[in-house]
Design a protein around this ligand. Structure first.
Ligand SMILES: Nc1ncnc2c1ncn2[C@@H]1O[C@H](COP(=O)(O)OP(=O)(O)OP(=O)(O)O)[C@@H](O)[C@H]1O
Length: 225
């Protein structure tokens, strides 16, 4: 699904990530951890093809990213759902319309998928908040709405960047439950997080692998996490 082979990435002259090799198999669940500024968001952006490797080979759904046209990238991105660190909603639109946006962009009719949108709002426990705008929601509600929007296109791969940032422990566990459910439905999940307690809680529910970025490289974390 995603294959990094000796990938490096630099924003400037210094390499931020070096010699990164990673294979995300279909249906797997991975956490990505490491100190602030280590490059977790950068690695997710490489998976989403927002950034291109400075060197090495990166295949997304079996295609080498640098050989893809803009249309190929747009088509491939429809197979990937993203939960951004800052949610990235359009604040003047109610939640239902924010959720419908990816459908509109993909040329689908949101009216025809109103039932699907309603079901997803119910799944994340926001059925009663459908008409609210994002600034009217709590942090935990926004994070759940961001997760619902990320899966509206039924992606095969879900990339989540600190999906439990700024929420309390109870809400973190609820969000984790949703991510685990998605994985049990067959979706491949990659979650960047600082929260080692969240990773420990997940490991009792799902055979997650934990990857850690340290010293500019990617390492498989031990069982002693
Ligand atoms: N567009 C950019 N231009 C230049 N440097 C950048 C850019 N985006 C990120 N960086 C730098 O790259 C480094 C890694 O950033 P990144 O956001 O990937 O880290 P992170 O591990 O996700 O951090 P955090 O846990 O704080 O979110 C940081 O030093 C950051 O300042």
């Amino acid at each position: 699904m995603i294959d990094f082979q000796n990938v490096a990435y630099s924003y400037g002259s210094d390499a931020l990530l070096r010699d990164v090799s990673l294979h995300l198999a279909p249906g797997s669940f991975h956490f990505l951890t490491g100190p602030s500024g280590a490059g977790k968001s950068t690695l997710l952006k490489l998976c989403y093809m927002e950034l291109m490797p400075s060197s090495g080979q990166l295949d997304v759904f079996g295609r080498e990213v640098r050989s893809m046209s803009r249309d190929d990238i747009a088509r491939t991105r429809r197979r990937i759902g993203v939960v951004h660190q800052d949610c990235q909603f359009l604040d003047h639109l109610p939640l239902t319309e924010n959720l419908a946006l990816p459908l509109t962009v993909a040329g689908r009719d949101p009216e025809a998928e109103a039932g699907n949108i309603r079901d997803l709002m119910g799944w994340v426990g926001l059925a009663a908040r459908a008409g609210a705008t994002p600034p009217e929601l709590s942090g935990g509600e926004r994070q759940r709405a961001a997760l619902a929007r990320a899966v509206i296109m039924d992606p095969e791969l879900l990339l989540a960047d600190e999906p439990t940032g700024n929420v309390d422990w109870e809400m973190s566990l609820r969000l984790l439950q949703l991510l685990v459910e998605l994985n049990r439905l067959g979706k491949t999940v990659l979650v960047a997080t600082h929260d080692l307690n969240l990773i420990r809680a997940a490991k009792s529910q799902v055979p997650a692998r934990v990857l850690r970025i340290a010293n500019r490289g990617l390492h498989l974390a031990g069982a002693d996490l």
